[in-house]
Design a protein around this ligand. Structure first.
Ligand code: HEC
Ligand code: HEC
Ligand code: HEC
Ligand code: HEC
Ligand code: HEC
Ligand code: HEC
Ligand code: HEC
Ligand code: HEC
Length: 427
């Protein structure tokens, strides 16, 4: 719901723009019905056309011929905020608002072709989320990218801008799928997803319940999204168990946030903090966990739900035992000079935040190729550890075992075997 205040502002804004641009909008529609009829159709069936929110409300009225189209404004999130302040504000507090900044905060970004970053595919196709700063906008323009990508059409796409579409879990699928975050695959083949599809097909009695991505992550119309663990699956404070704490420290070193020699925090920790990649204290972790528990108790008992979530926490601890052993094995090879520190690595130590399998020397001669054993380590962290723990939270048996835990044990075996061979053949 839009608040009374926002509704008033919307009315005032709409009146103002109609008064100024009614004639211009008719022209927009007349001409665009010829040049892009499908787009006009989408607008016509939207709530916006019913409410006199017209082409020129969002794009201005300076462009009026086929030639001067560069004068049309491409609206940023602030334009939507004129009438939807509440959604804008909650979006601004959530993780989606960091999509673009966190992509650019990690070194991997600068090791891939621009088309995969600023262009709408690859990393940039999913991370084009977040209200851009003036500096970020200028940087894009300087590189020749005119479409700056408004985040508000990612779930309710233009120009229908439909609330119903955004409530469909498919709205999340494009980005929350695949290699390192297959939440779509996990949820859709879980019992939760099965219930959703059965309900959709009319195979469940009216009123039957089934949780979607939105039920658990954007409850009650909020646009703020956060989870307790977050993507990297590390947090502070360290766990009480000594081994588990040591394993997490090893992972923090390999993420580059702790100096592997001294154990002290590095500038990478500041970068990670600035985009809220990890929960840094118990309270901020618990806040998200308790919100989630409350959601589960719509349909489950609290103790049942708590037990399920705690199982996710404990498998993460066990997965980290495997992960830490793999990191230490590769770190030993760095230490003994058997593999060399690649350009761009902060320390003479494995670096998980590089995210990718290869630095790609074949397309950019300034980059080094990564050793094969390092590539296996990255795959273990990015693909298999992610799956092993994310599957617990999304109640998916196959991802938890075969695509997750089992593959981690395979990676570790391969790493140990390769390390032996590398040591034996190193003169
Ligand atoms: C006489 C025809 C005509 C009129 C009138 C017209 N447009 Fe366009 N508009 C075009 C054409 C043609 C293009 C595509 C140009 C291209 O991509 O080659 C375009 C492109 C656009 C774009 C994309 C701009 C970009 O940077 O890619 C927007 C937005 C737009 N029009 C909005 C409007 C609005 C709003 C109005 C009314 C104020 C309007 N148009 C009036 C023909 C028209
Ligand atoms: C001039 C005011 C105005 C602007 C600017 C505006 N909207 Fe709206 N929007 C409205 C009104 C009015 C409604 C209808 C509200 C209702 O039916 O309760 C609406 C409805 C919506 C809905 C819900 C549609 C549905 O299916 O119920 C979405 C989503 C939406 N707008 C997104 C956007 C986005 C994204 C932008 C920016 C690109 C935007 N709006 C810009 C006024 C505006
Ligand atoms: C298919 C869409 C998609 C592509 C392609 C993609 N990402 Fe992501 N990325 C996501 C999603 C979704 C998340 C959040 C996942 C989660 O929390 O489980 C994420 C998380 C991240 C994070 C962590 C953000 C945080 O605060 O926790 C970074 C950094 C990142 N991606 C960088 C990259 C880089 C670099 C590339 C290209 C090499 C890339 N991503 C490609 C969708 C994508
Ligand atoms: C509620 C705001 C809103 C209204 C109303 C609106 N647009 Fe848009 N339009 C957008 C947004 C947001 C984008 C994407 C901008 C971006 O990502 O940089 C866009 C993009 C475009 C583009 C360029 C991208 C493409 O897909 O070709 C054209 C052309 C365009 N709009 C034309 C129109 C026309 C014609 C109308 C009226 C029938 C209209 N718009 C009404 C918000 C709006
Ligand atoms: C991650 C997906 C996602 C993004 C990104 C997103 N929305 Fe939404 N939006 C939703 C969902 C889901 C709903 C339906 C909420 C509900 O059922 O109350 C919604 C509903 C809305 C509505 C209709 C509210 C109502 O109750 O009628 C408006 C307006 C809206 N969003 C504006 C925005 C604006 C503005 C932005 C950008 C700042 C934005 N949204 C970005 C998912 C998204
Ligand atoms: C256009 C791509 C895109 C779409 C669509 C999208 N997301 Fe995301 N999502 C991302 C990216 C990228 C991140 C990581 C943001 C960052 O860098 O911090 C993310 C992060 C998240 C997180 C935060 C995880 C954490 O770190 O705590 C949740 C929860 C989430 N998304 C849920 C959803 C839901 C639910 C939908 C559908 C309604 C959705 N997303 C739609 C790209 C997308
Ligand atoms: C039944 C509730 C529920 C549903 C449905 C659900 N999730 Fe989650 N999701 C969770 C829980 C619980 C976590 C872990 C929270 C924590 O860290 O404690 C989580 C975590 C996440 C994360 C952070 C990384 C991770 O995977 O652990 C993202 C991103 C995410 N979910 C996206 C989605 C998307 C997209 C969908 C739909 C395809 C979805 N979720 C469906 C409950 C749900
Ligand atoms: C909107 C209702 C709803 C919500 C919210 C919900 N669930 Fe469920 N859940 C169900 C239903 C219905 C089933 C199917 C029960 C069955 O298999 O008989 C189910 C099944 C499960 C199962 C699998 C049980 C089995 O027998 O295989 C687990 C585990 C689970 N949920 C955990 C959670 C957790 C944890 C949360 C919160 C993060 C949650 N659920 C939120 C409705 C919900």
């Amino acid at each position: 719901m839009i608040s009374f205040k926002t509704a008033l502002a919307a009315a005032a804004f709409a009146l103002f723009s109609i008064a100024v641009t009614a004639g211009a909008s008719d022209q927009c529609i007349t001409c665009h019905t010829k040049v892009s009829p499908g787009m006009v159709k989408d607008w016509q069936v939207s709530k916006h056309s019913e409410n006199d929110v017209t082409c020129s409300t969002c794009h201005g009225d300076e462009h009026s011929t086929a030639e001067d189209y560069l004068k049309a404004q491409l609206p940023s999130e602030e334009v939507c905020a004129e009438c939807h302040q509440e959604q804008y504000d909650s979006f601004a507090m959530g993780k989606h608002n960091f999509g673009w900044t966190s992509l650019n905060a990690i070194p991997a970004t600068h090791m891939a072709p621009d088309e995969l970053i600023e262009g709408g595919r690859g990393c940039g196709g999913c991370h084009n989320m977040g209200i851009k700063t003036e500096e970020q906008k200028k940087e894009l323009l300087d590189k020749g990218y005119r479409y700056q990508k408004n985040s508000c059409d990612e779930c309710h796409t233009r120009h229908t801008f439909s609330k119903k579409e955004a409530n469909n879990p498919r709205a999340c699928q494009q980005c929350h799928m695949g290699y390192d975050h297959p939440q779509w695959e996990m949820w859709s083949s879980s019992k939760h997803g099965t219930r959703y599809f059965a309900k959709l097909a009319g195979d469940l009695p009216e009123g039957a319940q089934a949780p979607t991505c939105q039920t658990c992550h954007l409850p009650d119309g909020t646009h703020e999204n956060h989870t307790a663990w977050g993507f990297l699956g590390v947090r502070l404070p360290l766990p009480e168990d000594k081994q588990e704490a040591a394993d997490r420290v090893t992972i923090l070193k390999a993420l580059g946030v702790l100096n592997p020699e001294t154990g002290e925090a590095t500038p990478i920790l500041d970068a990670v903090k600035s985009v809220d990649m990890v929960r840094l204290d118990q309270a901020s972790w618990e806040k998200e966990r308790n919100k989630m528990l409350k959601t589960c108790t719509q349909c489950h008992s609290e103790s049942y739900a708590r037990e399920q979530l705690e199982m996710g926490d404990s498998i993460l601890g066990k997965a980290d035992r495997l992960m830490a052993e793999a990191i230490e094995t590769v770190a030993g090879l760095y230490k003994d000079g058997i593999i060399k520190k690649p350009e761009g690595y902060p320390f003479n130590y494995p670096f998980l935040l590089s995210f990718m399998h290869t630095n790609g020397a074949a397309w950019n001669e300034n980059l080094d190729d990564l050793s094969h054993i390092d590539q296996i380590l990255l795959r273990m962290y990015m693909k298999h550890r992610m799956r092993a723990y994310q599957a617990f939270f999304h109640v998916n048996p196959d991802y938890a075992y075969w695509y997750g835990w089992n593959m981690m044990t395979e990676d570790l075996g391969e790493i140990k075997e390769l390390a032996k061979i590398l040591r034996a053949t190193h003169k």
